[in-house]
Design a protein around this ligand. Sequence first.
Ligand SMILES: NC(=O)c1ccc[n+]([C@@H]2O[C@H](COP(=O)([O-])OP(=O)(O)OC[C@H]3O[C@@H](n4cnc5c(N)ncnc54)[C@H](OP(=O)(O)O)[C@@H]3O)[C@@H](O)[C@H]2O)c1
Length: 302
Amino acid sequence: MSSQTITAENAGIWKLGDLPVHRLGFGAMRLTGSAAFHHGTPSDRDRSIAVLRKAIDLGVNHIDTAAFYFSSLRSANELINSALAPYPDDLVIVTKVGPYRAYDGEWGTSARPEDLRGHVEENLRQLGRDHLDVVNLRRMPKYDSIAEHFGALAELREAGLIRHLGISNVTPRHLAEAQAIAPVVCVQNRYALDRPDPDGDVLLRVCGEQGIAFVPFYAVAGEAAEQGATTAHDEGVRAVARAHGASPAQIRIAWTLHQGPHVLAIPGTGNPDHLTENVAAGAIRLTDEELDRLGRAHHKAC
Ligand SMILES: NC(=O)c1ccc[n+]([C@@H]2O[C@H](COP(=O)([O-])OP(=O)(O)OC[C@H]3O[C@@H](n4cnc5c(N)ncnc54)[C@H](OP(=O)(O)O)[C@@H]3O)[C@@H](O)[C@H]2O)c1
């Protein structure tokens, strides 16, 4: 089977609350330009629109975005709206609030709880929706507790503006704090093959036990983070990639999906060929031996 014919269905399904999604989703952050945020070259608009439409054609029904994903000329939410509205019935759009950026692209101070309604409404306007499927509260370093902010989002959920809530950039303590206020359907944290994270390991396990999705970001980028895909691959990753006729990026995504049935992948790309590859990675089945080898690479980085 060529990569071209493999769809996101091959990765299996998980439910975000009552919303089923294919475990292989799409991150919209890379659609807006070379440096993801303001100071790079803005993306080619037609190309970004084509990537989004191709994602849907390939069976992706889970898109991760934020109002603060914009470059000087492109906004991820506007691209999603222009490319995909009227939205397919099964499409789940997950957005996030917390930190925010001024019109000139500079990061603003952290949102206060009372700011969050406006930030949710900004996402509603840009996406052209009257409710948001899932909103993640992205924890801001300024606040040790997420209770007040999460409480504000829980009120917006009660008011019908949000269907489900998640949290991002958190520790296990924050998950417990949020759950005392309202149900949490997903946790989105940085987690990658080359980046061990003891808190992440605990959260991944706890989420699995409680039926909460664990959604890693920078799974492909790894240590390179905002800069783009890492090229510093462990020899184990390269060997497994060779055995599957796959790229190291694909093995990183496949490894992510093998961490549990509740683990979702949201690789981000503005490149249609990378999108095809990333979706195809959802069909890669790693053997126990390969998982041991990749696991050693993961823990070696510890
Ligand atoms: N909650 C949070 O705080 C947070 C933080 C960051 C990101 N996120 C979300 O998580 C998503 C994933 O993160 P991400 O997009 O930054 O990182 P990623 O998916 O780990 O990696 C994206 C980078 O890898 C490249 N890439 C993607 N597929 C590739 C492939 N098959 N071969 C080679 N290079 C490839 C992309 O460049 P090309 O465009 O050239 O393919 C881009 O530079 C984001 O899109 C965003 O929705 C959330």
